[in-house]
Design a protein around this ligand. Sequence first.
Ligand code: FAD
Length: 278
Amino acid sequence: MPKKISYSFEFFPPSSPEGIKNSKDTRQQLSAFKPEFYSVTFGAGGSTRDLTLETVLEIKQEGFNAVPHISGISSTKAEIKTLLDLYQQHNIKHLVVLRGDVPHGAVSRGEFKHANELVSFIRQETNDYFHIEVGAYPEYHPEAVSSQTDIQNFKNKVDAGANSAITQFFFNADAYFRFMDECLIADINIPIVPGVMPIYNIKQLARFASNCGAEIPRWLRIKLESYGDDLLSLRSYGVDVVSELCETLIEWDVPSLHFYTLNQAGIITRIIQNIEGT
Ligand code: FAD
């Protein structure tokens, strides 16, 4: 009998009418799995501030739990406070809090250098109103100076008031297990939910991986490349690989799984059907 597990699903805020309809359809399909929440990303430097809010309100209206991401880079304290007020007015009680990627060029970095400062600010302004999730990196963040400092910086976010974390995607379950061991040693005791990336195509996956420091193992990359333009076979193989990864994580008793949906339901549906044996 497969273990029962809960899910959450991440969306980016769509801007076109087709994109809006497509993500709504995707949420309806994924609702079959009774997700804990749908989260909505926050564009670099606040570039999707309004769209993120609109999408979050739409999700709420559809009757689901909506969780906005919020990133501090390039923002002022006043801007973040305004956003927090808006979320409170709309009875949003759960956030994914990030630093955001450092902008290129002569763009202001704003008043929050690292995510722990943003977590502290949110706690200072709103006490325990929000459940705060933060990002975690089993294969370490691309800017990590060392494994020890990366874990310490993660702990700083927890000490600042984070309730739980979602990881960057990974394909190597051992990286997650070892990261969890390190967290235990560092006295980090919050739930750390694996972030799961479905495989849609190799170019896109390689771009994501190189931007966020996640590793595509050599065996997986070579196999995926061997499918060339045969996306159907590549996706089918990807579903098998990611389903097995999820099964390994579930065996290990992870608290939940968070899927990076890219606003699509089909492949994730197949993965969850595999892991639930339905
Ligand atoms: P931090 O925790 O600040 O860490 C970033 C780096 O700085 C790490 O190397 C850390 O070790 C180091 N560091 C931390 N504190 C200090 C310090 N005091 N001194 C020196 N170094 C320090 N990005 C978006 O723009 N929008 C999103 O919606 C979004 N959603 C995401 C969701 C998840 C689940 C994850 C895992 C990432 C998401 N990202 C998003 C990407 C994220 O913004 C980037 O990974 C970013 O580079 C780091 O964000 P962070 O919150 O982990 O930063």
